[in-house]
Design a protein. Structure first.
Length: 254
């Protein structure tokens, strides 16, 4: 446990010092300023527009940390042989889990700061509600799954381009697959292509189920039972991703 915490702390500190993280924080501050400006231009719709734009922008910035920053750190570790030092110090499973915990802490910290800023803007327009806290929770779950997918891709590929492409492709497909599946059912009925798409939908993370932005925009939130089911699904899928990443990394030559 001590070695696991040491690896996670090291990854957290290393990621904080990365220029992309500073750029993401700067982008978040710029977006907050932009949303404040837009709020003055949209009389009567400030809360809805600020909430919708704010949630989307924060998720996008968090995605940069979960995918781009994680890939940047992982590839550099392999190129500078820092990964070899980790493997001398601790086990392969601790390297994967420690990296996940370090970036999970960083994502949580970023989301906390970003949502506090958004909450401050919404408070100016009397649009602050408990639903914003629910949105933070769901966004965190989605980004943790995106981080898990990235770690799996890091164990499969060595090229930064392939890791980025595969991670982003899976994330985008997971967000929009349900809409495409509904469209395919309407057009093709129950043929083999639709069956294949349904199996792919079950295999990919169903991130559309964790998208509560349309609800939160209008001050609504899922009920407790739904949140519990979504949490169980997210944690189970995340556990499967981490187990797969550890398994693949154990069989990989460094």
């Amino acid at each position: 446990m001590h070695k696991l915490l040491a690896v996670s702390t090291l990854h957290f500190k290393e990621a904080v010092q990365e220029r992309p993280f500073a750029a993401v924080c700067g982008l978040a501050l710029f977006l907050l300023s932009l949303w404040l400006f837009l709020g003055h231009l949209t009389l009567g719709e400030q809360r809805r527009i600020l909430t919708d734009a704010g949630l989307s922008g924060i998720e996008l910035c968090g995605l940069v940390i979960a995918i781009f920053l994680a890939v940047n750190v992982s590839v550099r570790e392999a190129e500078t042989k820092q990964l070899d030092l980790f493997l001398v110090y601790t086990s392969r499973s601790n390297v994967i889990l420690g990296k996940f915990l370090g970036f999970a802490a960083l994502i949580g910290l970023f989301l906390a700061g970003a949502y506090v800023g958004l909450a401050g803007l919404l408070a100016l327009y009397q649009g602050l509600s408990l639903a914003l806290l629910v949105a933070w929770y769901y966004t965190y779950l989605k980004l943790l799954i995106a981080l898990g997918v990235t770690l799996v891709c890091c164990t499969v590929f060595r090229s930064a381009f392939l890791i980025l492409f595969s991670s982003l492709s899976i994330y985008v497909a997971s967000e929009w697959f349900s809409s495409g599946l509904v469209f395919s059912r309407l057009r093709a009925g129950g043929d083999g292509r639709v069956v294949l798409l349904e199996w792919l939908y079950r295999l990919l993370p169903n991130l559309d189920k964790l998208d509560v932005k349309p609800l939160v925009t209008y001050g609504l939130r899922p009920d407790g039972a739904t949140m519990a089911l979504h949490t169980l699904y997210a944690l189970a899928y995340l556990g499967a991703l981490l187990a797969l990443a550890v398994l693949l990394f154990r069989g990989r030559e460094v």
